[in-house]
Structure formats: structure tokens, C-alpha cells
Design a protein around this ligand. Structure first.
Ligand SMILES: Nc1ncnc2c1ncn2[C@@H]1O[C@H](COP(=O)(O)OP(=O)(O)O)[C@@H](O)[C@H]1O
Ligand SMILES: [Mg+2]
Length: 472
């Protein structure tokens, strides 16, 4: 009997001790030793380690030949195997290499020193202009804002592009998709916005582009003027998928930091599709099932997580207005990423190859583009003009083929007649040279002039109409 009582007493004491230890937050020192594991398998981009029980999302370093280390992240586990993905090139990896977990919580260096700089997904400067002095450190994943404390979108943002300012007004804190195929002018339009937008800071995330395009964007499209108030995070296509994912997260984290300083930030992410592709590569290589067109479910979970981090801050503290480019190859608007993006963004601007091929830039398809915050930031007469212009353009485009061959009979539809008469002026209004800026007031006034001009417009000859049509 006495032994049983003693056992109870000891058990009770152990529980009391354990509770006191847990309350004081003491860590048994042995955890530090258990962190080192061994590399068991390396197939494709996935590494398998055993012996290191590191939590999901934490960082590890794997020793390579010659005593170098490669950074990797825990992306999954199965039994006692931990799946890792590298953030750098995997050269010189050896079987049974040491795998050491590291603690890195705030890993994004932020500060004023980032302005005018080009960095990679690890924060390493790519522009050869020396080290960047961090002021503070923030996490890659950001801190979620309670949706109820987030400031509503009530103020318009001048992006310097007439067609957008007048017809698709953007609100401060709005998240917009820029949908287009390749070579239709996305980068050029983003470049115009970096130069002309009324924002304090511009953060550009170049995710999965070709290396040459990164250089092109920084040197020609952005230029000195654009770069001065920008931070560029570039992760070209040849970097591992995890690095491309981190590039987008780092750009967002930097934008968040500036927003929390009370600044108005413009975040340009080119492209959201390549971000999704990176997550697809990661998901598939750790064994997730492919669902819609080969995309595993985690892709559709990561997209809103990224996009929700942009927007207005809580209680009026700064804002992030964000543009995400979405690739729609072959004008496939049903592509799953385009579909998912449309559902989570507050508007989309569509660039169309037909318009670009006609030499009309920016090639915005006004008819199918939508800004979901228009109601909050425009007045009734303005909205009426937008509707009227869309009506005219829809009527014209419905008869485009007939007009092109000169078979349209004037007088058969008064709306088409008016569209036809105003067409050269409409094209002039929509077109804008890259070196020209047009603020919200000027854009709005130009729209009013375009539509309120009641003088009988000079009848357009078919010859001038043809000149504006795409060569087919
Ligand atoms: N606003 C513009 N004015 C004149 N040409 C343009 C304009 N925008 C794009 N272009 C032409 O289209 C090409 C591709 O543009 P780019 O912005 O690189 O497209 P994307 O980023 O969609 O691939 C440019 O090299 C340029 O010739
Ligand atoms: Mg581009």
C-alpha cells in the first residue's frame, strides 16, 4: 500500500514541477541538441531529412561539400521525415549531410535605406551599390489586420494614366489585377505608374521574369526618376520556386513596413501567375494532389493570403494600393489563376492584344475592365459619362467588322453613328504616350470634354477609321 501512495505523491510532484516549468517558459536545453538532423534523400527540388523535428515553415541549413551551407525551409513532413525545399542552388549536396535548424523570425530587413535599391528574395543587393543598413526587422508572413478595423476605401488615387483615372478610378488601398498576355504592355504600364502615381513609396516585386527583363525594367522602364522612390525586389525565373515565393512575400513585407510608418505605398507585383506557378512546383514536389489544371489546393490558399496583406492599414495608418499582373495566355480568361484572382481582387484591368496590335497604347479594354470601388469614389455625373463611353465603345465594337469593310449603313443605329463620329476623339482620349502624365482632374475633364461636346462632330471618313483598325 505504501508504495502506491509514494508513487502517487511523486507523480503529483512531477506534475506540479512540470506546470511551474511551463509557466516560467523555461526551455529544456536538450531541445537545442535535437535540432541537428541528417540528409537522407534529395530528389528534384525536395530534400528529406531525418532527426530534426523542426516546425512547418521554419528554416534549416544543409551542409554541402567544401563546408558551405544551403538555406532551406520546412515545407512538410511524413513520419519522422522532414521535407525541405532550398532557397538557393543545390550544388555540392552530399548524402548524410548535416541539417541544422535555425531560428529566424524577423528576417526581412526594412528601413529608409531600401529606397532606390534593387534586392533579391533574400534581401541581398543586386545593384552593386553596397550594403543596406536595416532599421528594423519584420517577418516574411506579415501580421494580419482585423478586417473590421481596416479603413474603408474612400479616396481616389492618381495613377497618372488617363484611361484608368477617368474610366476605372482606383481607390487608395484597392487591390487590382492587370490581366494580359505577354508583350501587350503590362511592364510599360507599370513603369508609367511608378513614375506618375501620387504615392510616397513604390515597392515593385518582379517574380519569375527572365533576367534580361529585370534589367530592362529597372534601367529603361523605371528609369532614374522611377527608381528614386522605389524599392525593387527581383527574383528571376531561374531561381528556385521557394525563392520566387519569398520574393513576393518580401516585397509585400517591405510595403507593409512603409504603410505602418503612415505612408501611402504603391505595390506592383509582376506577376501573380508566376507566384502561383512557384507554389504549384512546391506543392507538387512534396506530394500534394494536382487538382484544377495541375494546380494543387495550396495555390488557391496562398493567393488570398498574399493579396489580403495589401489594402488600407488599421485606423487610417497608411495604405497599400496594389497592382498584381495576371498572365492570360491566348486570352484565356477561364484560366484557374485568372479566375481565382478575379474573385479575390477589388477590380481588374484587362489589356488586349487586338488593341495593342493596332498600335493603341495603353491597350486597355475599357469594356471588360472593372473597378469595384468606383461607387465610393465617383459622383453621379462622372459615372454617367463612364457608362456612356462604354455604351459607345460597345456599339462600335459590335459593328467593327462591318465598319472596317465599309458595309455599315449610317442611320441604322444612332448609338453606332455617334460612336463612329466620335471614334477618332475616343482613340485620342484613350491613347497616352509613356512620357506623358495625366492626373485625375485632367483625366476627368478630358472625359467630360469628349462626351459633352454637343457640336456635331465632323463625320469621320472610313479612311481614318481604317487607319485605327488592327491590320488583319
Ligand atoms: N505605352 C506604350 N507605348 C508604345 N509602345 C508600347 C507601350 N506599351 C507597350 N509597348 C510596346 O509593347 C512592347 C511590350 O511591352 P511590355 O510592357 O514589355 O509588355 P509585357 O510586360 O506585357 O510583356 C514594348 O516593347 C513596346 O514596344
Ligand atoms: Mg513584362
Amino acid at each position: 500500500m505504501t508504495t502506491v501512495a509514494a508513487e502517487h505523491w511523486e507523480e503529483a510532484r512531477n506534475l506540479r514541477l512540470a506546470a511551474r516549468l511551463a509557466a516560467s517558459g523555461a526551455q529544456p536545453p536538450s531541445l537545442g541538441l535535437a535540432r541537428e538532423g541528417v540528409l537522407r534523400r534529395a530528389v528534384g527540388l525536395t530534400l528529406e531529412a531525418s532527426g530534426c523535428s523542426a516546425p512547418l515553415g521554419s528554416r534549416c541549413r544543409v551542409e554541402t561539400a567544401g563546408g558551405h551551407w544551403v538555406d532551406a525551409e520546412v515545407v512538410g513532413f511524413s513520419g519522422d521525415r522532414t521535407f525541405l525545399m532550398p532557397t538557393a542552388d543545390l550544388a555540392g549536396l552530399l548524402p548524410n549531410a548535416r541539417v541544422v535548424t535555425t531560428r529566424r523570425e524577423g528576417e526581412v530587413a526594412v528601413g529608409e535605406g531600401l529606397l532606390g535599391r534593387v534586392i533579391d528574395s533574400d534581401g541581398v543587393p543586386l545593384d552593386g551599390r553596397g550594403p543596406i543598413r536595416p532599421e528594423s526587422w519584420v517577418g516574411l508572413g506579415g501580421v494580419a489586420i482585423n478586417p473590421l478595423t481596416r479603413e474603408p476605401i474612400t479616396r481616389s488615387l492618381d495613377v497618372g494614366v488617363r484611361a484608368i483615372n477617368a474610366l476605372l478610378p482606383i481607390g487608395r488601398g484597392q487591390r487590382i489585377g492587370l490581366f494580359a498576355g505577354s508583350g501587350v504592355g503590362k511592364s510599360t504600364l507599370l513603369g508609367m505608374m511608378t513614375r506618375y502615381t501620387a504615392a510616397d513609396v513604390i515597392v515593385v516585386g518582379l517574380i519569375g521574369e527572365r533576367g534580361r527583363e529585370v534589367r530592362d525594367f529597372v534601367e529603361s522602364t523605371l528609369g532614374e526618376e522611377g527608381l528614386r522612390r522605389s524599392v525593387v525586389v527581383a527574383t528571376p525565373a531561374d531561381r528556385p520556386p521557394l525563392a520566387r515565393l519569398h520574393g513576393a512575400l518580401r516585397a509585400t513585407a517591405i510595403a507593409e513596413w512603409y504603410r505602418d510608418q503612415g505612408l501611402h505605398v504603391l505595390l506592383l507585383m509582376d506577376s501573380l501567375t508566376r507566384f502561383a506557378h512557384a507554389q504549384r512546383e512546391i506543392g507538387l514536389s512534396v506530394g500534394e494532389p494536382p487538382t484544377t489544371r495541375g494546380y494543387p489546393p495550396s495555390v488557391f490558399a496562398k493567393l488570398p493570403q498574399l493579396v489580403e496583406r495589401a489594402g488600407n492599414g488599421a485606423d487610417g495608418r497608411g495604405s497599400i494600393t496594389a497592382f498584381y499582373t495576371v498572365l492570360t495566355e491566348g486570352d484565356d480568361q477561364q484560366e484557374p489563376i485568372a479566375d481565382a484572382a478575379r474573385a479575390i481582387l477589388d477590380g481588374h484591368i484587362v489589356l488586349t492584344r487586338r488593341i495593342a496590335d493596332a498600335g493603341q497604347y495603353p491597350a486597355i479594354d475599357v469594356e471588360v475592365s472593372v473597378s469595384r470601388v468606383m461607387q465610393e469614389i465617383t459622383d453621379a455625373p462622372w459615372r454617367e459619362r463612364i457608362r456612356k463611353l462604354k455604351r459607345l465603345m460597345a456599339a462600335y465594337n459590335a459593328q467593327r467588322d462591318l465598319i472596317a469593310i465599309g458595309a455599315y449603313q449610317r442611320g441604322s443605329d444612332p448609338v453606332v453613328d455617334e460612336a463612329l463620329a466620335r471614334w477618332p476623339k475616343i482613340l485620342e482620349f484613350l491613347g497616352q504616350d509613356v512620357t506623358e502624365a495625366s492626373d485625375v482632374e485632367a483625366s476627368r475633364a478630358a472625359l467630360a470634354r469628349l462626351l459633352d461636346d454637343t457640336r456635331e462632330p465632323a463625320p469621320a471618313t472610313h479612311a481614318t477609321t481604317h487607319a485605327q483598325e488592327p491590320a488583319r
